[in-house]
Design a protein around this ligand. Structure first.
Ligand SMILES: [Zn+2]
Ligand SMILES: [Zn+2]
Length: 304
């Protein structure tokens, strides 16, 4: 090793040719046996030295990881060991799930994972964009100010190690409880001392249920939706006004008059051009774009 760089090498060795056996003797077939298999590490031992005869470099762009869907996020939580920083703790977490089906060093249980994700949506740290789960500006800002102990799953592994020590009689449970209390007290006092610099995050609270509101870039432009839309069924939504939710907006009341085309209820609206005039629109918009003129406060169905 020179210049302080570490080099890596990779080799793929085919142990079973499978269908490629058919093409083995085909001179012009690229689908045959890859030449990467020529790199054979079988004779290498720890401490082996070699000489670098030539080197080449290529400028490539790294591809970002695909965004999470709800499924892939839940799946990744069963493999949270991948994100543990300490290699020893990583092993603890993987060993924990050794004989568990569907778990590969995970955090929590399916039930607690659901609850935690729900909480992250309701507090406005996560949001859905189509089928992908995205972090909100607020979520990212909050993450940035958290200490590493809260960002990485190492703690789960560490506590699991402690549980094993209790099981084996090395540690008593009061000691673990005390150390957890001590840890949390220390973290909280650090925050009290330094504060969490979150002043730049604007949070908008749903007036109906108290959850956070998220700005959504919908099919018909920006609007604000309550984060508890999916979890608590809160249907509060507000139009966007200069990147803030217009909380003064009152949703139109659907009247008892029915649309002649689709039987949905009609909504009385004020004309934007002439505020003295009213008209009636179908509540099934945008599927039904039917409009009716207003005559004496009622929709006029027949146009003479
Ligand atoms: Zn709400
Ligand atoms: Zn209609």
């Amino acid at each position: 090793m020179r210049f302080g760089y570490e080099y890596g090498a990779r080799s793929i060795v085919t142990t079973d040719l499978g269908w490629k056996t058919l093409y083995q003797n085909d001179a012009n077939n690229d689908d045959g046996v890859e030449d990467i298999a020529d790199l054979n590490f079988d004779n290498l031992n720890e401490g082996c030295k070699g000489e670098c005869l030539s080197a080449d470099w290529k400028k490539l762009e790294t591809k970002p990881k695909a965004l999470y869907t709800m499924d892939s996020l839940l799946n990744d939580l069963t493999r949270v060991a991948n994100y543990v920083l300490d290699p020893n703790l990583k092993k603890v977490l993987i060993d924990k799930d050794k004989n568990k089906e569907g778990e590969h060093g995970g955090i929590g249980t399916p039930a607690t994972r659901d609850e935690i994700l729900k909480g992250l949506f309701e507090r406005g740290f996560l949001s859905m964009k189509g089928k992908t789960v995205i972090s909100t500006e607020k979520g990212r800002a909050f993450y940035d100010v958290l200490p590493d102990s809260a960002k990485y799953p190492d703690m789960t592994a560490l506590w699991h190690q402690k549980f094993l020590e209790i099981e084996n009689g090395i540690l008593n449970k009061e000691d673990l409880i005390n150390s957890v209390i001590q840890f949390i007290t220390d973290e909280v006092s650090q925050i009290k001392l330094k504060g969490l610099n979150l002043s730049h995050i604007k949070a908008y609270i749903c007036p109906k249920c108290g959850s956070a509101l998220s700005q959504i870039n919908g099919k018909y432009g920006l609007f604000w939706l309550c984060n508890a839309y999916k979890t608590k069924g809160c249907d509060a939504r507000f139009p966007d006004k200069n990147n803030t939710p217009d909380l003064t907006y009152i949703r139109p009341v659907i009247s008892e008059y029915k649309c002649h085309l689709c039987s949905s209820g009609l909504i009385k609206r004020r004309s934007k051009k002439n505020p003295k005039l009213f008209f009636w629109s179908c509540s099934n918009y945008p599927n039904c774009k039917q409009l009716y003129p207003d005559v004496m406060g009622k929709p006029k169905f027949k146009i003479d």
